[in-house]
Ligand binder design. Structure first.
Ligand SMILES: [Zn+2]
Length: 471
């Protein structure tokens, strides 16, 4: 099977140039001009950019949470991702205390088997450290190719791990070449503020934001950074939402601590006022960390532009407004936390970031794809356009105009948090390992073609820390 993409403008994290891409079987065979194309199917990308497929490092598909299960599973979630220009996702595998880590991985394989249309991998949650867990961690890294571990500093009595567990995880991960990811919010303080709000009869969705102020995220981010420095480990802070957390990451990086930060489209484009929408509609915008006052958006955009935040995850965690979000009517603490962003992550960053001059085209590719591949042990198989890499490619029309709506999106959920937003730029065709998944905006792949990806260990050579700025 040979294909050749002609007339497109190739964009990587470093370069923008006109060239052809020759695909043979699943791989990119060559990038250049006047490539031998006998017997190859010709794909005309005239007027379009060709990007490496997006890599979404943060999804929760078919995940039990808050007394229900996220609406999008590995089939609808990966189909929506592909429509949006994403060809790889890394989903969070939840573990149960007292049970083998391997059991959780089996459960996640069972959920994803025969469903995904694009390639996928798993991060693994660590909620306790004991002799069994310590024995299993090296096996999980070597046998399952899971090289990133997530620790929750929030969700008291549900997912939250204590500082001893976080520190021990950092030390252990460092020893075995893995990356630790944190949900950084102070769960103890949030628990106190929630109880107090409910006692005072404050039950509306807006109190979700008011009981998780930016300070609880800033404090936990700073604590995680300090502990990372002490362990001489590496840290990836998921869903950074506010100036307080960005400040702690910048401070840590300036002090030579190896910390990386992810933000999400929702924090760049929506603000706290959405939670005040009438008729309980604010519940559509309940996730954690919560949306912030609008001024935080400029801080996040600047941090992306300056490389102080490196990646964009969707934090896809979708619940229907009717039948799921309404579990929290009359008590905001019972609103299932999460929103639907897997489909629009790439397009909104292009439209709001590149088209509005906030980031460059090459930075955009780095943020939605390349950096994620590098941090999570998938580079150069994924995340770039080069001979030998998987032919995961997005043919993207930079001038197409469309309006985001739940009526036209492909996620299984009954609303879109960006409803009515007009954006510029749209994926036309999406290839995964040389096969069309989306062709001329239509799904042409069967569920189950996506493959599980074993990932390499964290490599300092691939993702060198930024030069330390000395004051
Ligand atoms: Zn998440």
């Amino acid at each position: 099977m040979r294909k050749i993409i002609k007339n497109g403008t190739i964009v990587t994290a470093t370069d923008t140039f006109k060239a052809e891409i020759l695909i043979e079987n699943e791989k990119i065979k060559a990038v250049g001009t006047d490539l031998p194309s006998e017997g190859a199917e010709v794909i005309d990308a005239n007027g379009c950019y060709v990007f490496p497929g997006g890599i979404d490092p943060h999804t929760h598909l078919e995940m039990p949470f808050g007394g229900t299960v996220t609406k999008d599973d590995f089939e609808t979630g990966t189909i929506a991702a592909a429509f949006g220009g994403t060809t790889t996702i890394i989903d969070f595998c939840l573990t149960d205390k007292g049970k083998p880590l391997k059991d959780a991985i089996k459960t996640w394989h069972a959920k994803s088997k025969d469903k995904a249309v694009i390639d996928y991998s798993f991060h693994l949650m660590i909620s306790e450290i004991n002799e069994n867990v310590l024995k299993e961690i090296p096996k999980v890294i070597e046998e399952d190719g899971i090289t990133s571990f997530k620790v929750f500093m929030a969700y008291k009595n549900v997912f939250q791990a204590d500082d001893e567990t976080l520190f021990h995880t950092l030390v252990t991960a460092k020893e075995h070449g893995a990356l630790v990811m944190v949900h950084a919010e102070n769960g103890d303080v949030i628990d106190y503020l929630c109880k107090k709000a409910l006692e005072e009869g404050k039950t509306d969705p807006i109190y979700h934001a008011l009981t998780r102020p930016p300070e609880v995220e800033g404090e936990a981010t700073g604590r995680a950074c300090m502990l990372t420095g002490l362990a001489n480990a590496r840290l990836y802070v998921v869903h950074v939402s506010c100036a307080q957390a960005v400040g702690k990451i910048i401070e840590a990086r300036n002090n030579g601590i190896q910390v990386y930060g992810e933000t999400c489209p929702q924090y760049l484009l929506l603000d706290q006022s959405a939670l005040e929408k009438p008729d309980f509609e604010g519940a559509k915008y309940v996730w954690s960390p919560p949306l912030r006052e609008k001024w935080h958006q400029d801080v996040l955009w600047n941090a992306l532009k300056n490389g102080q935040l490196q990646t964009l995850g969707s934090d896809q965690c979708s619940f229907d407004f009717k039948g799921q979000k309404d579990l929290g009517k009359g008590d905001f603490t019972k609103i299932p936390n999460g929103g639907p962003f897997i489909e629009d992550r790439v397009s909104v960053l292009f439209s709001e970031g590149v088209k509005k001059g906030r980031i460059t085209l090459n930075q955009f590719v780095d943020i939605v794809s390349t950096k994620n591949a590098k941090l999570f042990g998938l580079f150069p198989q994924k995340g770039t356009i080069a001979a030998g890499s998987d032919a995961d490619l997005v043919i993207f029309d930079p001038n197409a105009r469309r309006t985001i709506s739940a009526k036209t999106h492909h996620m299984a959920v009954d609303y879109n948090a960006f409803e009515g937003m007009e954006i510029t730029g749209e994926p036309i065709s999406v290839l995964s390992r040389g096969e069309f998944v989306i062709r001329d905006k239509k799904l042409v792949a069967e569920p189950g073609r996506g493959r599980y990806l074993k990932r390499a260990k964290f490599s300092q050579e691939i993702e060198a820390p930024k030069q330390v700025v000395t004051k």
